[in-house]
Every structure is written in C-alpha cells, then in structure tokens.
Design a protein around this ligand. Structure first.
Ligand code: FE
Ligand code: CA
Length: 521
C-alpha cells in the first residue's frame, strides 16, 4: 500500500517534469482502446488543474500489468500546435492504472486542451481551464450543480446538454455511482452484484465512465466533486454501515476500498490521500472537502457530509439508515454533540468563512440544507438523514455565517432527487427570521424521483422554500456576476431515452446583498 511519502513523490515527479523510465507497456501496440473510460479534469486553482484518465483492458476490465508510463500534453489550441507543457506520469497498478497529473505553473483564467498517450494509443482531447487569480476582478462565473446518476434508472442525456451551457466548472454533489445489485426493472442493463470489494467498485466506475455523454461532459470543463452515501453504501454514516445489501466483516475495509476507487476515478489531487490511516489502506480517510477562490467574485466551498457524521437518530423500528422522525419524541435530535461534518471540518469551515472576502460564497454539499416539515399543521415530521437530522449542527453553521457576516451565501445540494429552491433562514424555527442566503438543492441526473402530489402542501408548510419539483430529472446552472445570481433549472424530456431533449423548468434571480429570490421563468 502506498504511504504518504510515496504519494507526495508521485505528485512531485510530475511537477518536476522528470522523464520516467519507459516500460514495455509504454511502447506497446494496443489491441483495444486503453482510454475507453475517457479523460477528465478537475480540482482547478488559478495556477493548476488535475488531468485524469485510467487505462483499461478490453471490455473495460482492469489491466493485468505493472506500472505504466503515460505521456501527456497540455496545449493552448485544440490541434496541439501551441504546446504549453508536456510531461509523463505513472499509471500505478496499485491505483488501478489511474493517472492523476497535477499540471503546475499554468496561467490564471485560461482555457487549455489536453490529451494522454501510451504506446500507439492517443486519448480523446479534453478541454479545461484555470480559475482567475484570487485577487482578480471577475465579471462572470457559470457553474452547474448535479448529482445522483443511477445507471439503471436512465440515460445521462442531461450531461450531453450540459456541454452546451458554456460552464466554467461542474460541481458534482454525490451519488456518482450506486452500489446496488441490478434492480428488477432497469431502463438499461448495468451492474449485476452488490459492490463490496475494491474490484467491485472499480468495475462499477468503469461501467458508468463508459457512458459517452458522461465522458463528453468530463472532457468539456473541470469538475469539483464530492460524494454522498452511494459511493460506499446507502445511508452509511461515518464508520456506521447503512442498511441495504449483504453485510461485510469490516465496514471500515469496505469504505476504504470504496474511497480508493473514488480517488482512482476522479480528478482529485494526491494530497486528498495523505491522511490515510496506517494499516487501513490508501482510502481509509480521504480529505475531499476544501475551498477554492474564483477571483474576488466567488469562493467555492465543497463539503463532505458523509465521512465524519454521527449515525442517524430515531430511525423507525430501531433499524439503521434513514427515515422520518418526530422531534417531540426524539431527545437525540437536540443533542449539541452530534455532528454532520465532524469537529475538524466544522472548525475548518468556520475559519474559511472568517477569511473569505469573496463577494459570493458558494457552499456545495450533498443534501437539502433547509428545514422540511412533512407534517401538515401542528407538530413536525423531519427526515433524519439530511440536515434536519442534525439541527444543532445546522444552527452552528448558520451562526458561523452570521458571525462572520458571510457575503451572499449560496447553498447547493442534492441527494433527494428533487429540485428544492428556497431562502436560508437565520432561524428555521422562526418563520419571521431574516433570509441570510439562498439555497438550490438539485434534482437527479437519472435516479428515480417521485410525484408532485403533496408538494403544494409541503411548500405551504415550509414557506422558506419557494419552489419544488420531484418529477423531472436534470441539473441546475448558476450564473454569478457582481450584480446578482441567476439559477436555471434544466430538465430532460424523457430519462429513458439517450437522445432526450432539454428544457427549462424554472429560473430564479437574486441581487447581490439582497437574498430574495425572484422567479423569472
Ligand atoms: Fe441519490
Ligand atoms: Ca407541521
């Protein structure tokens, strides 16, 4: 297993541009396309971006081979005539022959093209960008937020349409894969078995990554990624397993395998793995939360609401996992010790808020932030898996935003396979308290939603939310300028068709300094 020193070496070999020894594989004539999983870029800063690919054998199978040296090129133009930087990197057998190039010393606020080469094989060309310098004035940021792409529930047509949105970055907020065995009803054939081992998780990522629309969107712009539960197991919390599927001898080992596979398939920096716990494997703990400035215009914060959380409370019949609960009958609901982000991440987030001088502060995380009471009239019924199951922790996050007078908070989420649009309240228990920010929880790319039958009632019960829809699949686009924010909810016509069209479900605006949503479409 790789240790911290080896991982740092891996990252630094690339940045030093040292020419690595060529293995026999580096010169091979490939009988199948080793780049069948496509290319991706992500984790951008103003001076660097991560380029990703993973070499596979015929049929998307893992390669049986030693480490392989891969060449890469970064260019100013699509035809690779104006080369910016070239280098080599190692596709480590131990990391599934994945490649993570941390390209250093790029110019800020600039688009680049990139590709990989190994033997006689050349990868598809990807397009990526650096962010503006932290002190730069910026006139516009366009990002999308997306989550929940259950393969068997539908096609990824949403990703094909996302290519036309002229995005600077995609924020993917969890459930990139699902760990389930094949469902009885599938829109398209997919995985067969429950994911339990590293090989299982690798092959599921390979299946998802084989989708041409998903590949196309990865090659269009950089992504910032976090995870939710299904990258490991439904409803897991920290080191407590979820409730579905076969149980394993060691959930910690299963989680470590799943985390490693996540790293192997995402454009992440090697530094996310440097806190791996001795003896538990590379992915034992993975620090994927972080923040990055987009000039002075915006700070993008990405949170991890799964790895460090306390287990769900007051679940029905004493089972594990998620359910609704009545806070009047659930003493644990008001326990201030319970946490969704963990102590270290909470402190880091508070410091991040205290230091931010950005005009807009985007907080991207996995689930619905605002309170949703599903019981009509007196009394409450809350979900226990989202922030409603961790209300004191939510109050601490709100208090932190207020204490540091965080400018223009924008909370993005996913998880619930439905669009929820609303105002972030200073105090959800007091409907008259001020709105301190706006929230957009996105629908799923393809995962099953629900019906809108009870939504009018739910919105009336929770007036800080101004819009909800469970029936449509898609993504959201947020455009931020110094003047204001515009969020457009984009939805596909028919998730059961790869060639589905796209349309706008609704659009909302808010002016800078004035968190009041106006519906404009
Ligand atoms: Fe999901
Ligand atoms: Ca109620």
């Amino acid at each position: 297993m790789l240790d911290r020193r080896q991982l740092m070496q891996l990252a630094s070999v690339v940045s030093a541009g040292v020419w690595l020894p060529r293995s026999a594989w580096s010169q091979t004539r490939w009988s199948s396309n080793p780049f069948a999983l496509g290319v991706a870029s992500g984790s951008p800063s103003h001076e660097s971006v991560v380029l990703w690919t993973r070499l596979v054998a015929d049929g998307l199978r893992a390669l049986v081979a030693d480490d392989i040296t891969v060449r890469w090129e970064v260019s100013h133009d699509e035809k690779f005539r104006q080369i910016a930087v070239v280098g080599q990197s190692i596709a480590l057998a131990q990391l599934g022959h994945s490649v993570h190039v941390e390209v250093p010393r790029l110019e800020p606020d600039r688009w680049y093209y990139y590709r990989f080469m190994v033997g006689d094989a050349v990868s598809p060309t990807g397009r990526t960008r650096t962010f503006p310098a932290p002190d730069a004035g910026v006139s516009k940021l366009r990002l999308s937020y997306a989550s929940c792409q259950h393969w068997e529930h539908g096609y990824f047509a949403a990703h094909r349409h996302m290519r036309d949105e002229h995005l600077d970055v995609v924020l993917f907020l969890g459930d990139y894969i699902y760990e389930y065995a094949a469902p009885s009803k599938a829109v398209r054939p997919g995985g067969i078995h429950w994911l339990l081992t590293l090989d299982d998780y690798r092959s599921r990522y390979a299946l998802y990554k084989s989708d041409p629309d998903l590949q196309a969107m990865h090659s269009a712009c950089p992504w910032l990624v976090t995870w939710d539960d299904h990258e490991v197991q439904n409803d897991y919390a920290g080191l407590s397993p979820g409730d579905k599927g076969p149980s394993v001898a060691s959930f910690a080992a299963r989680r470590a395998a799943a985390y490693q596979a996540f790293y192997e398939h995402m454009p992440l920096r090697a530094s996310v793995m440097t806190q791996a716990l001795e003896g538990l494997g590379t992915g034992a703990e993975m620090r994927i939360y972080g923040s990055v400035p987009y000039g002075r215009l915006a700070n993008l914060v990405l949170l991890d609401g799964r790895q460090y959380r306390d287990a769900q409370i007051c679940t029905k019949d004493g089972l594990r996992g998620s359910s609704t609960y009545n806070p009047a009958l659930c003493a644990a609901a008001s326990d201030p010790q319970r946490t969704l982000l963990g102590v270290a991440q909470e402190q880091w987030l508070d410091q991040t808020f205290s230091r931010s001088s950005a005009q807009w502060n985007v907080v991207a995380q996995q689930t619905v932030f605002g309170q949703r009471d599903f019981k009509r009239g007196a009394g409450y019924s809350f979900g226990n898996d989202g922030w409603d199951g961790y209300a004191p922790a939510r109050n601490r996050l709100i208090a932190s935003m207020l204490r540091h007078r965080l400018a223009n908070p924008v909370i993005l989420g996913g998880d619930v396979h439905a669009n929820w649009v609303g105002h972030v309240k200073a105090d959800y228990a007091n409907p008259d308290s001020e709105a301190i920010g706006v929230e957009f929880c996105g629908t799923s790319i393809s995962s099953n939603g629900g019906t809108n039958a009870k939504l009018t009632e739910h919105l009336a019960e929770n007036p800080h939310f101004v819009f909800a829809d469970r029936e449509r699949r898609g993504y959201g686009v947020v455009e931020i300028t110094p003047k204001g924010l515009t969020t457009t909810l984009r939805v596909v016509d028919d998730v059961t068709r790869a060639d589905a069209g796209i349309s706008t479900l609704a659009q909302f605006t808010a002016e800078s300094g004035h968190p009041q949503l106006q519906r404009t479409l």
